[in-house]
Design a protein around this ligand. Structure first.
Ligand code: SAH
Length: 251
C-alpha cells in the first residue's frame, strides 16, 4: 500500500491536505481516484486514509483508521499460476494471500490438464475471490488481493511483461545465482510477477516466450516441487527477502 509522509500542518480535522510532489504522484503517476485508500504518516503515526477530493493543487484524504498497522509489503508480488488440477488453486490462493501477494492470475498453459468452459471459469473465479477474501481477513491484510480472470498464455505474457520484474521458477533451471540476482533487483514500490507452471511444467516454447517478455528464469533448488509447493515457496522467498531487506515506506 502506498504511504505518504506529511507535516503536522497538513492535518485539518479528520483530513490530510496533500500538495506538491506527493499530489502529483497520487494524481498523475498512480492515477488514484476518489475512494482509493493509502496510508498517510504524520508525526510517527500512520493513518489509513480514503481519497475524498482532488484538484490541480491539492488532494484531500479522510482518515478511516488512525494509528493503523500496515501489514502490506512495500512491493507488489503477483502470482501467475498455470492452472493446476482439481481444487489445488484454492490452497495456492489461501497460502499465497497469507504470505502477502497483491494478486493472483490463473493462466492456461499447454500442459494444463483442466480445461474450464466460460461458465465454470466465472463460477470458479467467484469462489477463488472469496477464498482470497477470507485469507486476507484471517492474516490481517490491509487489502484483499484480486484473483483475475483466467488468462491465455499470450495475455499472461503481456501482463507480466509490464511488471518491473518478471520471475519464472523453472524446473529445469540449475544453480541459484540467477535466483539470488533476481531477488537483489527487488526495490521498494516495484511490481514483481512470478509465473509457476502447472503439474506438467513448462514447454520449451513457453520458457522462450517468457524470456522474450523479459523474464528472469530461476531455480527454487535441486528438488522438483509440486506446483502448489513451488508457488508457496516462490512467494515466501520474495516476501521474506522484502521483509528482511526493504523498509516499509512503500514508495
Ligand atoms: N512435471 C515437471 C515438474 C513441474 S512442477 C517435471 O516433472 O519436471 C510445477 C512447477 O513448479 C514448475 O513448472 C515450476 O514453475 C515450479 N517448480 C517446481 N520445482 C522447481 C524447481 N526446483 N525450481 C524452479 N521451479 C520449480
Amino acid at each position: 500500500m502506498y504511504n505518504f509522509f506529511v507535516d503536522a500542518s497538513a492535518r485539518i480535522g479528520e483530513r490530510f491536505r496533500i500538495s506538491g510532489k506527493d499530489r502529483n504522484h497520487i494524481c498523475n503517476v498512480l492515477r488514484m481516484q476518489v475512494g482509493d485508500t493509502f496510508l498517510v504518516s504524520c508525526g510517527g503515526m500512520s493513518s489509513l486514509c480514503c481519497l475524498k477530493y482532488m484538484d490541480e493543487t491539492v488532494v484531500e484524504a479522510e482518515i478511516v483508521e488512525e494509528d493503523h498497522r500496515n501489514t502490506e509489503l512495500p512491493v507488489r508480488l503477483y502470482l501467475f499460476q498455470g492452472l493446476p488440477k482439481g481444487d489445488k488453486l484454492e490452497l495456492i490462493i489461501q497460502k499465497t494471500v497469507e504470505l502477502g501477494v497483491a494478486g493472483i492470475i490463473p493462466v492456461e498453459m499447454s500442459r494444463c490438464v483442466v480445461k474450464l468452459d466460460e461458465k465454470k471459469k466465472k463460477a470458479r473465479r467467484e469462489r477463488w475471490q472469496s477464498i482470497a477474501e477470507s485469507a486476507a481477513k484471517q492474516s490481517k491484510r490491509n487489502v484483499i488481493p484480486d484473483v483475475s480472470d483466467v488468462l491465455s498464455y499470450k495475455q499472461a505474457m503481456e501482463k507480466a511483461g509490464e511488471m518491473d520484474l518478471f520471475l519464472v521458477p523453472y524446473e529445469n533451471e540449475r544453480g541459484m545465482a540467477a535466483t539470488r540476482e533476481a531477488l537483489e533487483r527487488i526495490k521498494p514500490g516495484m511490481s514483481v510477477g512470478i509465473l509457476v507452471g502447472p503439474e506438467g511444467g513448462f514447454e520449451d516454447k513457453e520458457i522462450e516466450l517468457a524470456r522474450q517478455a523479459g523474464a528472469a528464469v530461476i531455480s527454487l533448488g535441486q528438488r522438483i516441487l509440486r506446483a502448489e509447493t513451488a508457488a508457496v515457496t516462490a512467494v515466501a522467498m520474495g516476501m521474506l527477502h522484502v521483509e528482511m531487506n526493504l523498509d516499509g515506506d512503500g514508495q
